[in-house]
Ligand binder design. Structure first.
Ligand code: NAD
Length: 501
């Protein structure tokens, strides 16, 4: 089956060289190292050209942000709030244009792009337009010190003040390019920081358009900058530059470690949202129908390219065979193909290279003894695009490579467990600690298990965490720090204590 999503979807104007530029200190510039092509993962057709920034341009962006910081950080919160709200409104006006662009460069299904990518981005800016107005001062209770050898009795008072950090480099992974970036920009700007955006090489174009919106609605020069590049160099400059105070990073654990190391010499503040290998624990008292639907929909969501993908499916032994069979049946009838078709659930993965990595993982699972009970290859009848079938491996164990390493594709491995203790031990036996799923009819047990999981977030009897103000982040190798709601305002702040007698 050929996809319908051919060259016409991204529009000729987008493919004009120089259409997408860098924003550095209020000036739009072409990349000094040229430009590179962005490819539609569903059609393998060109979407547009992204600028290839030089190291000097990355440094210039950090410098521009530093120069803008004193004035921006002193602006009234009401003004920061007004500008964030204006950006959100303008993004909603440009919704149709942005949906087309995000869809083309990510290969996400049109349904996901239209309902989640663009609206969630605007929602985040609105949330932090409100966030800019939240109080930044927390009074400390007065403390009485009785008279003594140190002097007369005193009452001291104080206040803990949230202050902006300074220049924040925001580096993101591909998958939800503008939503992830908005989750960083929103709270950082609300708190009075200046930002340098470095989107993922694979899907940077819509982030450039978001920066354009911020420029259009009147953010001062240098407050929002964007630089792009096809390799790691631009990001590397921005994680070691002395002009950068904080790095907010979403991406793989391997790159997170490099950023930690690169930032040490200049003591960068870090917010690291890294990889995962989330456990999906299905107890034998669960509502099976609900658990199958919920588990399967997160397994295949965005072709498995989500950090909280439920890639280790632990099913209590009595239910194991039935559950695996039902999941395999679900995969067999799942609509795979053209992301522009409303019925499609599973589109392509981001690139040919990534598809090969996923296929190597499937092979390693089989070689280490697992059985492929669903998928395992490329869908038949699709002759263009980077597609992988939804794949379920069973009969494996938790020490297999496929159960230990992150895959970031529509591949999960099913493993039986005996009882609560066994299930928790298996779930926690991972270097990652991002998210966990629990399906059980006994809510008291589910809560007990949730607290025993060494993960930053847990969803009970539901697909993914729904609460927009909940803290989000990982334990162990899944990251450092928390964003989400109020927690993000805190993450992009320094705490200052002011005391007086
Ligand atoms: P990646 O780590 O390969 O790249 C992420 C970003 O880091 C890109 O912008 C890349 O250009 C940049 N980068 C690469 N090397 C760098 C360096 N040395 N210095 C600075 N920047 C550098 O990740 P990816 O393949 O784009 O995305 C997939 C990963 O992202 C998965 O591990 C996934 O779990 C993770 N992710 C995590 C979350 C979360 O919230 N925890 C959300 C989405 C994705």
């Amino acid at each position: 089956m050929a996809t319908k999503n051919d060259e016409s979807d991204s529009g000729g104007a987008l493919r004009e060289p120089g259409r997408f530029r860098l924003l550095i200190g209020g000036e739009w510039a072409e990349g000094e190292s040229g430009a590179y092509e962005i490819v539609n993962p569903a059609t393998e057709s060109p979407v547009g050209w992204a600028p290839e920034a030089s190291a000097a341009q990355a440094e210039a962006a950090a410098r521009a942000a530093k120069e803008a910081f004193p004035e921006w950080s002193r602006r009234a919160p009401e003004e920061r709030s007004r500008l964030l709200r204006a950006a959100a409104a303008r993004l909603r006006e440009k919704q149709d244009e942005l949906v087309g662009l995000v869809q083309a460069e990510t290969g996400a299904t049109m349904t996901v792009t239209r309902t989640m990518q663009v609206p969630f981005c605007a929602n985040r800016f609105e949330r932090y337009a409100r966030g800019a107005l939240e109080p930044n001062e927390t009074p400390l209770p007065p403390v009485v010190t009785p008279a003594g050898s140190q002097g007369p009795g005193t009452i001291s008072s104080g206040v803990a003040v949230r202050q902006p950090v300074g220049v924040v480099t925001c580096i993101t992974s591909y998958n939800f390019p503008i939503v992830n970036m908005a989750g960083k920009m929103g709270p950082a700007l609300a708190m009075g920081n200046c930002v340098v955006l470095k989107p993922a090489p694979q899907d940077p174009l819509a982030v450039i358009e978001v920066a354009r919106v911020f420029d259009e609605v009147g953010f001062p020069r240098g407050v929002v900058n964007v630089v792009t590049g096809s390799g790691p160099e631009v990001g590397a400059v921005l994680t070691s530059s002395p002009d950068v105070d904080m790095v907010s990073f979403t991406g793989s654990t391997g790159v997170g470690v490099k950023i930690y190391e690169a930032g040490a010499a200049t003591m960068k503040r870090l917010l690291l949202e890294l990889g995962g290998k989330s456990a999906n624990l299905v107890f034998d008292d669960a509502d099976v129908e609900k658990a199958v639907r919920g588990s399967a929909s997160v397994w295949t969501f965005h072709s498995g390219q989500i950090c909280i993908a439920p890639t280790r499916l632990f099913v209590q032994r009595r239910l194991y065979e039935e559950f695996v069979e039902r999941m395999a049946k679900f995969a067999a009838v799942l609509p795979v193909g053209d992301p522009l078709d409303r019925r499609t659930v599973l589109g392509p993965v981001i690139s040919a290279a990534h598809r090969e990595r996923i296929e190597a993982h499937i092979r390693s699972g089989r070689d280490e003894g697992a059985e492929i009970v669903a998928g395992g290859g490329r869908p038949t009848g699709i002759d263009r695009g980077f597609y992988v079938e939804p794949t379920l491996l069973a009969g494996g164990h938790n020490d297999m490579t496929v159960a230990r390493e992150e895959i970031f594709g529509p591949v999960i491995v099913a493993i039986p467990f005996d009882d609560e203790e066994d299930g928790v031990a298996l779930a926690n036996d991972s270097e990652f600690g991002l998210h966990g799923y629990i399906w059980s009819g006994d809510e008291a047990r589910a809560l007990r298990v949730a607290k025993a999981l060494r993960t930053g977030t847990v969803a009970i009897n539901g697909g993914v965490q729904q609460h927009p103000d909940a803290p989000f982040g990982g334990f162990k190798m899944s990251g450092i720090g928390r964003d989400g709601g109020w927690y993000a305002l805190d993450a992009y702040s320094e705490r200052q204590s002011i005391t007086w007698l």
